[in-house]
Design a protein around this ligand. Structure first.
Ligand SMILES: Cc1cc2nc3c(=O)[nH]c(=O)nc-3n(C[C@H](O)[C@H](O)[C@H](O)COP(=O)(O)OP(=O)(O)OC[C@H]3O[C@@H](n4cnc5c(N)ncnc54)[C@H](O)[C@@H]3O)c2cc1C
Length: 487
């Protein structure tokens, strides 16, 4: 008899898991709360402007291609993913900038322009992150971490790689200049962590970028989601949209099915959750099974920062703005402490600006530009009232961008809208509205993260940002590969 499996949620992790389960012969039903797929990678279309909601930087694209190859399809018939020449432009408070790319000669120039001697340190840092990459990504990113003995076996190697250090501290041991230290240690922010507290294991992202490059999906990241939806339809996955799972039905540790918002019940003994693990464990079980150790683990978790994202279109083309720009505020460390520890807003913001129309004119009307600007903010454990603060934050970031990078911005914006941590909490069912689920600290990584195979319930599985290996498109696609092995 064909086994049935239900997937809750259609983020990259949920879609990849649905495809992998289908390939294994399961009868798969994927249920998504919203009328469109993608979760954080949803697309917002307004007045001929196309805004990717979340992921814009595509790394390790082979993980996406694999999903097409599983069914003997050629990804080129579905998507067009192109490498970018300049990966990020980092802009500092004094308006100096650093263009990050994989062109070694250009990197040497860029680094030496800021600090002559740091090029040697950069080379050494790169070879150290290669070692971290070989352990943390090649060896461990797609294997289950459900057994303490397996974690124990990894500890000596992880200690040798100095995983007890924060990434900022590791980078500082190679790089002397403060600006360059920020550049080479910012990667945890891409997966929800503070560079000053995130384990240096995440330095592997530096090498991962180097190995495969940074890419853009023509038509936007949403094109990948659209193509994966097409693939799911072609291979017989049933997709239910605009219908939320409101209960997981269980008897003790055994799964019996799910109940949807429209009261429909679907019987199944196997569930893959792409919804945030704390939400699933706290809100979806009718008859919770309690476990002291697991409750302790759950209660000590720290959550990633929240995100304020302003999407906007301009009637002017800002040709000097790169595809990806990161603008640092003045007091970087203190600002991050305010976000992660003190949970308060301050005006000295750092932000990431996305301009897809730098690469792809199909994203907006002719002679226009489209953007989003993302500002890390405290998550909703801060009790910040975003109904009041949202508009203030919008004005602040527009003012900063106008002053820093885009003259005349205010009068050139033709439309805008924004998302706050409230969206992530209420619409995406993420605890505290955190942008990336739980933080990527050492004490919340691998075995210490939510397991891919539930610690409590039989045949309940997790993929996505909150489980191993963690957030980011490569991370959540790897979680589906782990599930493939578990199934
Ligand atoms: C603004 C932003 C920018 C980012 N930029 C990048 C980037 O450039 N590169 C990168 O690699 N990563 C980036 N990330 C991170 C990356 O997008 C995420 O880590 C990843 O997409 C999360 O995928 P996921 O599988 O965890 O699912 P999610 O995207 O979190 O989706 C979960 C889905 O589950 C659904 N759901 C929840 N509960 C239920 C329920 N009860 N019933 C039915 N459905 C339910 C939700 O509606 C949602 O669709 C970014 C994230 C954000 C927010």
């Amino acid at each position: 008899m064909t086994k049935k499996i239900v997937v809750i949620g259609s983020g990259f992790g949920g879609i990849a898991a649905a495809l992998r389960a289908r390939k294994k012969g399961y009868e798969v039903t994927l249920i998504e709360k919203h009328g469109d797929l993608g979760g954080r990678a949803r697309v917002f279309k307004k007045n001929n402007f196309i805004y990717d909601g979340g992921p814009t930087v595509i790394t390790a694209p082979y993980l996406i291609y694999e999903l097409f190859e599983l069914f003997g399809k050629n990804h080129k018939d579905y998507i067009n993913i192109k490498p970018l020449k300049i990966w990020y432009r980092f802009v500092f408070e004094d308006n100096s900038y650093f263009d990050y790319s994989d062109n070694e000669a250009e990197m040497q120039k860029q680094i030496q322009k800021i600090n002559e001697i740091d090029f040697i340190g950069y080379k050494k840092l790169l070879s150290f992150t290669k070692k971290i990459f070989e352990k943390g990504f090649t060896e461990l990113s797609d294997v289950p971490f459900d057994k303490p003995i397996f974690m124990l076996k990894q500890l000596p190697a992880l200690l040798k790689l100095k995983s007890y250090k924060s990434l900022f501290s590791l980078v500082s041991s190679f790089i002397k200049n403060e600006k360059l230290r920020r550049v080479f240690s910012m990667h945890p922010l891409l997966v929800g962590g503070n560079p000053f507290t995130t384990t240096s294991i995440y330095g592997l992202i530096l090498y991962l970028e180097k190995k495969w490059g940074i890419h853009y999906s023509m038509g936007g990241t949403g094109k990948i989601i659209e193509s994966l939806e097409k693939l799911m339809n072609e291979v017989g996955i049933k997709i239910i949209k605009k219908n939320e799972v409101v209960k997981i039905l269980n008897e003790g540790i055994n799964i019996k099915g799910v109940k949807l918002k429209n009261n429909q019940e679907i019987k199944t003994q196997h569930i893959i959750c792409n919804a945030d693990p704390p939400f699933v464990y706290e809100k979806l079980f009718e008859k919770k099974v309690s476990n002291l150790f697991f409750n302790l683990k759950k209660s000590r978790m720290d959550y990633s920062m929240g995100l304020f994202v302003l999407y906007f279109g301009t009637k002017k083309k800002y040709k000097n703005i790169q595809h990806h720009t990161i603008k640092f505020g003045k007091k970087y460390k203190e600002h991050l402490e305010d976000i992660f520890e003190n949970k308060k807003l301050n005006e000295d913001i750092s932000y990431y600006l996305h301009r897809p129309s730098a690469t792809d004119t199909s994203m907006c009307p002719d002679n226009h530009d489209c953007f989003y600007v993302l500002v890390p903010v405290p998550n909703n454990s801060s009790f910040i009232d975003w109904k009041n603060e949202g508009e203030k934050m919008k004005n602040l970031v527009v003012e900063k961008m106008e002053k820093d990078l885009m003259p005349g911005l205010k009068e050139n914006i033709v439309e805008d809208f924004y998302l706050t941590p409230d969206y992530f909490e209420k619409e995406l069912n993420t605890k505290y509205g955190s942008g990336f689920s739980i933080q990527p600290k050492f004490s919340q990584s691998a075995y210490f993260r939510y397991h891919n195979q539930s610690e409590i319930y039989k045949n309940l599985y997790f993929v996505g940002a909150g489980t191993h290996p963690g957030a980011g498109v490569p991370g959540v696609l790897s979680s589906a590969k782990i599930l493939d092995k578990i199934l």
